[in-house]
Design a protein around this ligand. Structure first.
Ligand code: PBG
Ligand code: ZN
Length: 323
């Protein structure tokens, strides 16, 4: 394959050829839309650091989900913003919690839309950590039961899939157990298996009001410098019963997505997180780059790296481009 015998430009000379040899094809089927549920009616609070994203009361959340579903997006993932917080994250596993309510409404109005629920405690604890605390220590084992109860209450509300994002050790097994004991053995777990301690979550913490009140998440989320450890985390979650494996964030971690893709034959998801969204939005607002083109290039790159599924705040916008 040496010039002039081989000329790579031959197959790039027109759109028909380019389409024919395109290796990665992004589809609406790959997209999952994250949504923030808040109590009230008619509420649509803009999230300042995430242009185009809102805290939505259940009625508006159903509307946005309907728009996404009609554009072909198969699933949403729900995050809740509770009206009160306490040390034990009581509102995370309350029957009438905000995610439970939103799930029930969605399953009633849009039964064919898959509802995935984020399972974590940080939006619900008064200290903002993803587990319960003992002094300044995040108590792993004491958090497992609350996480499992949260997952079960989402299942009882009608969730189609649960997605633990807390990064406590052993939580996938704990959740699998409680689901199986309660006749939810058919409910899949999407595990945030390789979740890094990332500054790219900044805008999300404004959106979900979930910033830790002391310290940071480095004792449970992964060190961004580590790749082999991601393989250990993924292997562990698969053994514990995860059905889909997630890498998060996506963009600065394309190498991790690629390695995990080779490591497992389970479906791999990647979370195109809030900071990745906001960077593109901010630069586009300034006219520094073409927001739509960068969005499509970014999502295609995440898929090319090996992700089957992409959680992205761009889901609706990208679906419009793909339709
Ligand atoms: C909470 C959670 C976070 C995100 C998803 N679930 C934030 C965090 O871990 O602090 C981040 C999502 C995003 O940035 O878009 N466990
Ligand atoms: Zn959390």
């Amino acid at each position: 394959m040496i010039f002039p015998d081989y000329r790579p430009r031959r197959l790039r000379q027109n759109e028909a050829f380019r389409r024919m040899i395109r290796e990665t094809k992004l589809s609406v089927d790959d997209l999952i839309l994250p949504l923030f549920a808040i109590s009230g009616k008619g509420v649509k609070n803009p999230i300042e650091s995430m242009p185009g994203q809102y805290q939505l009361s259940v009625d508006n959340l159903v509307k946005t989900s309907k728009e996404a579903f009609e554009l072909g997006v198969p699933a949403v993932i729900l995050f809740g913003i509770p009206h009160n917080k306490d040390p034990l994250a009581t509102r995370a596993y309350a029957k009438d919690g905000i995610v439970q309510k939103a799930t029930r409404a969605l399953k009633e109005k849009l039964p064919d839309l898959a509802v995935i629920t984020d399972v974590c405690l940080c939006q619900y604890t008064d200290h903002g950590h993803c587990g319960v605390i003992d002094g300044h220590n995040i108590d792993n084992d004491a958090s497992l039961d609350l996480l499992a109860r949260t997952a079960l209450s989402h299942a009882e509300a009608g969730a189609d899939m649960v997605a633990p994002s807390d990064m406590m050790d052993g939580r996938v097994a704990e959740i699998r157990n409680i689901l199986d004991e309660n006749d939810f053995n058919n409910l899949p777990i999407l595990s945030y298996a390789a979740k890094y301690c990332s500054a790219y979550y900044g805008p999300f913490r404004d959106a979900a009001d979930s910033a830790p009140k002391f310290g940071d998440r480095r004792t449970y989320q992964m060190d961004p410098a580590n790749a082999l450890e991601a393989i250990r985390e993924v292997t562990m979650d698969i053994e514990e019963g995860a059905d889909i494996i997630m890498v998060k964030p996506a963009l600065a971690y394309l190498d991790i997505i690629c390695r995990i893709r080779e490591e497992t034959d389970l479906p791999v998801a990647a979370y195109n997180v809030s900071g990745e969204y906001s960077m593109i939005k901010a630069a586009a607002e300034k006219g520094w780059l073409d927001g739509k083109k960068v969005m499509m290039e970014t999502l295609t790159a995440i898929k090319r790296a090996g992700a089957d599924l992409i959680l992205t705040y761009f889901a609706i916008e990208a679906a419009k481009e793909l339709n």
